[in-house]
Design a protein around this ligand. Sequence first.
Ligand code: ATP
Ligand code: MG
Ligand code: MG
Ligand code: MG
Length: 472
Amino acid sequence: MKASEIRRRYIEFFKNRNHAEIKSAPLIPENDPTCLFTTAGMHPLVPYLLGAKHPSGTRLTDYQKCIRTGDIDEVGDPVHLTFFEMLGNWSLGDYFKKEMIGFSFEFLTGKENLNIPADMLAVTVFAGDEDCPFDEEAYNEWRSHGIPAARIAKLGKKDNWWGPAGTTGPCGPDTEMFYWTGPLPAPETFDPGDKRWVEIWNDVFMQYNKTADGKFEPLAQKNVDTGMGLERVTAILQGKASCYETEIFAPIFAKLDEIRGIDAPAAVRTSSERIIADHLRAATFILGDGITPGKVDQPYVLRRLIRRAIREGRKLGINDAFTSKIADAVIEEFGDVYPELRDRAAVIREELDREEKQFAVTLEKGTHEFQKLIDRVPAHIEKKIISGKNAFNLYETYGFPIELTIEMAQEKGFQVDRAGYDAAFAKHQEMSRAGAEQKFKGGLADSSEATAALHSATHLLQAALRKVLGTH
Ligand code: ATP
Ligand code: MG
Ligand code: MG
Ligand code: MG
């Protein structure tokens, strides 16, 4: 079954059960300044989960584009992508556990749905702790659908809980569904630590409100929030060892092969190929939502994705600009489902070309500079370190994102003084802020950079003196 068919079946399944289909929200959260990107389908729905009335009613379903920057370092493993699509459905004070677990079981195993044999599945439920009881209802519900007790793992808050850690607000247990990807038959007993059990779907039951004095009170409006990873489900249904082997990535790899002049690619894609495909798919979608590369926040993440992809491209021997060609393949493939990609196609291409041109120059100079740092350290020294100051210089002068420096250093057996880098970065920010403040106050008659630097240095010196002297 193709990804497009799975997406369609999911939405149809829930529409047939009186859910209204809502539109995928942008990747940049509209009402959450604490998060750079939309990380889950529930993210844009937070106000409604907190009680606001949703214009489309109390049963919703959608497919949502997501970015998880926290998963970037896991890219290359079979099931963690930076960008992925999450299928989801919600009950806003409507149905609860019994119905939802029934829906999940029916969608996973139903012949006209995903048609997964039940003996390939296992689930987790919340085990209970000193504050909140064992989720017996979820457990019994799974049992009633024939899931054997040995295939139901009971886990604590670390694994089976949704909600604000340490703070107050709505929260509750969840139940996660896993699929066996190892040799058949699947083991009778479910070991959630075995990576061959792959998580495919998560049902969250928001039923408590955590109060300021640490009590868990029943919520007046109980909600259900669920999320299923489209790429993962596609891979397991097709019996593929990773998301990258599905048709979702095929046009991207085909374009990459074309760029490299490769006629018969190896069956399993290398880590460089995977990173390029994942990162440029993510970058294309971020650009499609109006972000352009830059120095902080989303623009920085975008830059980091593009630059890492380019460097992986160099490893494959691609020395000419190629990122916008890959973006074309992404736009072509996803433009029907996400029309914003098509609408912004010209800008996406332009921005990638610009970023790539800029980075090509700095990559060459920076790599040279980086090599000098490496060569300076004699081979016999055991603990090889690139100082924070040098790492910051690579960033500031050559545009090397710190993650790039760390990665290149690792390849050479070096470590980077990350704390030192952070300190140098903070100091630099402080200086620019001081400079900007001076400007704002009209303190700069001459706005040349030299004068600005002098002013901010003076400002810092004054601040330091005040600290030493204990005056304000
Ligand atoms: P995992 O434990 O595998 O990291 P998760 O518990 O962090 O997954 P959820 O937050 O429950 O994931 O998201 C719901 C679903 O989205 C998951 O069950 C999975 O199918 C999918 N998913 C989560 N993270 C990724 C990712 N980085 N790439 C692809 N799919 C993902
Ligand atoms: Mg995760
Ligand atoms: Mg998980
Ligand atoms: Mg989960």
